[in-house]
Design a protein around this ligand. Structure first.
Ligand code: MN3
Length: 246
């Protein structure tokens, strides 16, 4: 980590890495750090926002007891799991013992995505919700899906056919600005929704096999000699501008 950064910038940066950007300030709030006055950077944690309505507000569509347990037990559990994983990873980095990184990467994707998606879920429902999209959102939905009825059919079919536990999701694909409808099995499958990729390394065998054969670690070691850090920095600046941390 660059020692010339201020503590506040460091903490902002840590928050950036775990949050969705360009989606909504809600998500930024969900991942706002508690640690700005702390000497211990492991104090970077996420919090569960208050439910934006009462437990019974969504009746008769969703019952009071479901909301109470879902928000208070299930969602809260993901927040605890996410924070615990962030702390464990911090400890692992400090000690140099990264032997559990595969397990912890699964944990951060599962709990982090669970937290992100539930945060969005509560806020994308309202007791007053019988309307339709309007304005610019309706325009981009029309362009992306061919109209609201087509969107509704597609979204419902995708959501209804999620295999096992999961989510139906309408998302913006940021490189072209189009909307897409996705299914998510469980919450994650090793992604954390909304993160902005800054640095990526392809480890499909086609990326290294001719030279390194099965020695993936050698390839990854070599990769560090050719990283374009100014490009990574420009991606970070672009992502930062899309957030309320900017
Ligand atoms: Mn749930």
């Amino acid at each position: 980590m660059n020692s010339s950064l201020t503590r506040r910038e460091i903490i902002k940066g840590l928050g950036m890495g775990t949050m969705a950007v360009g989606l909504s300030g809600l998500l930024a709030d969900a991942h706002r750090s508690y640690g700005e006055n702390s000497e211990d950077l492991t104090g970077v944690e996420c919090r569960q926002l208050p439910l934006p309505y009462t437990h019974d507000a969504l009746e008769p569509y969703i019952d009071r007891e479901t909301v109470r347990i879902h928000y208070g037990k299930h969602h809260a559990g993901y927040v605890r799991g996410f924070n615990k994983t962030l702390r464990t990873l911090s400890t692992a980095r400090k000690s140099g013992d990264l032997s559990l990184v595969k397990h912890l990467s699964r944990e951060i994707a599962f709990h982090g995505s669970g937290h992100v998606l539930h945060t969005l879920y509560w806020e994308n429902m309202t007791p007053k919700g019988d309307g339709k999209p309007e304005g610019e959102l309706l325009g981009v939905m029309n362009r992306s899906f061919g109209g609201f009825p087509a969107f509704r059919s597609h979204f419902s079919a995708a959501t209804n056919s999620v295999e096992g536990s999961g989510w139906g999701i309408m998302a913006m694909e940021p490189f072209h600005g189009q909307l897409v409808i996705l299914q998510a099995e469980k919450h994650q499958d090793l992604t954390l929704w909304g993160v902005y990729p800054l640095l990526v390394c392809d480890v499909w065998e086609h990326a290294y096999y001719l030279k390194y054969q099965n020695r993936r670690a050698e390839y990854v070691e070599s990769f560090f000699n050719i990283i374009n850090w100014p490009e990574v920095e420009s991606r970070y600046q672009m992502a930062k501008r899309a957030t309320r941390f900017a």
